[in-house]
Design a protein around this ligand. Structure first.
Ligand code: PTT
Ligand code: SF4
Length: 612
């Protein structure tokens, strides 16, 4: 077998043991890697009802057949576990040198089981695995932890670590890697923390097996140069992801004031142009020639890296139109290891709930200084408010009552990304049916919807587009494991990916072969959900209720008086189910499961959910 190392490293923190496990070619070709491997392993090895923060949960790092090799943007890794935020499968994708090093150490995935008896750092170097004390950095943020690790091993190693957020089991704590950014929005950092696992350090030195190494090198390195050239020509990374802020503001799709408003006259103060003007450095993942991270000095003079999602949710959504202050909130999230997007939604919801009398408190939109304090309190679970904020917006809403769940901006417990879908039905559907909750990673249809179709339509073409994007974004890029930005931002052809795959594995797959795997993985994640929530209804695939509320309509601007139409949304959802082969409850039919090759997996879930 080429392209895959054929091995998984299984580590048990309770017993301090580890073993190298071989997997079959059939497993490789069925699940491919990354999200596919992680979803399958967690499905087979976890029981329904497993406590996500207990020792029986498993933390997984999974790579794919093109991860870590010098080809466009392959310095990425998937981190996954049962989510403490959503209660079912959760994952994230982050830039890190672990991608290359774990593969060079001879593994395509790492499974971490059990719980250590003291703060621990896992050190993996080829066949060696060490369980090292991490007491010195327990209680420290991710920057200090990273420095401590680099001082020991040098900057070339691959590092994943957590901050106080993960240690204190904040349900939206992320895993950090200073070689990239942060990943695992649905609380993957808290799962590491629950195992007293402060950091994972990896150093590998062997070649990654490839079917045609000479071709892979020529193709991969040549294409890295081409991608870099296109980026220069188009100037995309001048503003990177933040270029989208002014677009969202213009088309009334920006989250402002906990998504109550869709645009704001001060939005220009935090847009991509201002960010580029304030740039002090450029930052990027390994194997990337279109480095998209832009850092600025925050209010306190620290270096903070900002992307659109961070600015949209920690800035506009909180009505903080001051870039250095947004930088500070972002810095704190990075330092504590909290998901910036959930943090922005949680704080926005808290201010909104106070405004609407659902709870009492002293936080107001626009108050950056208080927002900083609240982030610190959340990361340390300080007092009643810190504990509330640490559990995420859905749990807060359930605690507050007073109908506040309607404006907790989440789907399946995961907070909505920075696109206000008050009147963008296709993107609302994309959030509703995203595999792990409201993540834009799965289907980002907003520009297609606004530029190339009509916003008014709830037609089958939008459901089809969501599925097409899920296959590409939530599927192929997550199982081959590479950054999707060359394709989405620079128009780098999707046809390149079967070529990289072939040079790596020797297998001649078409894009259709990729989509088959993508659909199977989507089906399996659905089974994860059904196993945990057997009485689910199609309402689980609805976006937040406030987007349907006429009282929440804009009073001026491009979508004045308009909100989503509930009946029409339901029709759009049905188009999605029909095209996916799901029944009216949103459950894959038996024929669909058989077609996806998920018969055996479905049999396991029948015990919990009434499938047919
Ligand atoms: C991703 C999510 C995103 S997506 C952003 S900004 W974006 C937020 N970034 C955070 C951050 O920073 N610090 C922090 N403490 N929390 C953060 N949470 C948020 O996390 C990311 C880039 C970006 S920047 C995007 S869109 C693309 N995402 C990809 C993806 O998901 N898959 C893939 N194959 N390629 C991708 N390429 C791009 O990668 P999650 P990263 Mg992240 C400061 O992991 O859980 O999926 O959440 O990986 O290294 O941060 O790169 O406008
Ligand atoms: Fe990382 Fe950005 Fe490069 Fe993608 S484009 S690999 S997110 S630096």
């Amino acid at each position: 077998m080429y392209g895959w190392t054929g091995n998984i490293l299984r580590v048990n923190l309770t017993t301090k043991t580890y073993k190298k496990e071989a997997y079959s070619e059939e497993f490789a070709q069925t699940w491919v890697g990354g999200r596919g491997f992680a979803a399958k392993i967690l499905y087979d090895e976890l029981k329904a009802g497993t406590d996500p923060l207990g020792p029986d949960n498993k933390f997984i790092v999974a790579l794919g057949p093109i991860a870590g090799i010098p080809a466009p943007n392959t310095g990425k890794a998937v981190v996954a576990a049962k989510s403490p935020l959503t209660g079912f499968y959760g994952d994230g994708n982050l830039g890190t040198r672990v991608s290359e090093h774990l593969r060079k150490a001879g593994y395509d995935a790492l499974i971490v089981e059990g719980k250590a008896d003291r703060p621990t750092m896992l050190y993996i170097e080829d066949d060696k695995v060490e369980f090292l004390p991490a007491d010195a950095v327990w209680g420290q943020g991710t920057y200090a932890t990273n420095d401590w690790i680099y001082a020991k091993y040098g900057k070339g190693v691959g590092v994943l670590n957590i901050g106080q957020g993960g240690e204190n089991l904040i349900r939206y704590a992320v895993v950090r890697s200073l070689e990239g950014r942060a990943g695992g929005r649905p609380g993957m950092g808290a799962v590491m923390g629950s195992k007293l696992l402060k950091a994972i350090v990896v150093k590998g030195s062997r070649p990654i097996p490839q079917a045609d190494p000479a071709n892979m090198k020529a193709l991969g390195q040549g294409d890295l140069k081409k991608v870099g050239r296109i980026d220069k020509e188009t100037g995309w990374s001048i503003q990177s992801t933040t270029g989208v802020l002014s677009f969202c503001n213009e088309v009334a799709g920006l989250p402002v004031r906990n998504f109550r408003k869709t645009h704001h006259p001060d939005a220009w103060k935090i847009d991509g142009e201002r960010l580029n003007n304030a740039r002090i450095a450029t930052y990027g993942c390994p194997n990337c020639t279109m480095r998209c991270g832009i850092t600025i000095h925050d209010k306190e003079g620290r270096e903070s890296e900002l992307d659109y999602e961070n600015i949209g949710l920690l800035g506009a959504n909180l009505e903080i139109f001051d870039l250095p202050q947004v930088g500070s909130l972002n810095y704190l999230c990075d330092e504590y290891g909290l998901d910036t997007m959930s943090a922005g939604c949680v704080l926005g919801f808290y201010a909104d709930a106070i405004d609407h009398g659902a709870t009492s408190g002293d936080f107001k939109f626009g108050d950056a200084e208080r927002a900083k304090e609240l982030l610190r309190m959340a990361a340390h679970r300080e007092g009643k408010v810190g504990n509330l904020l640490a559990d995420g917006s859905l749990r807060m809403a359930r605690e507050f009552g007073h109908g506040s769940e309607a404006y907790a901006m989440q789907v399946k417990g995961l907070d909505v990304a920075a696109y206000n879908c008050k009147f963008i039905p296709g993107q609302a559907l994309a959030f509703g049916v995203a595999a792990i909750g409201a993540h834009h990673r799965e289907a980002w249809i907003i520009t297609f919807e606004i530029k190339h179709t009509t916003r008014e339509s709830y037609g089958p073409e939008k459901a089809a587009k969501v599925i097409e994007l899920q296959r590409i974004r939530g599927g192929m890029f997550e199982f081959l494991v590479a950054c999707r930005f060359p394709w989405i931002e620079l128009g780098w052809s999707l046809d390149n990916y079967p070529k990289y795959f072939k040079a790596s594995t020797g297998l001649d797959w078409t894009l259709d072969d990729m989509w088959t795997r993508a659909d199977r993985i989507y089906g399996l994640i659905k089974l994860h959900f059904l196993r945990e929530f057997p009485d689910t209804t199609r309402k689980a695939d609805y976006p937040p209720a406030v987007w349907f509320d006429p009282a929440n309509a804009d009073t001026e601007g491009p979508i004045a008086g308009k909100v989503l139409d509930a009946e029409k949304y339901d029709g759009l959802l049905q188009h999605y189910y029909d095209q996916r082969g799901y029944d009216r409850r949103g459950i894959p039919t038996k024929a669909t499961l058989d077609k996806l090759g998920l018969g055996r997996e479905a049999a396991a879930v029948e015990k919990y959910a009434r499938l047919y």
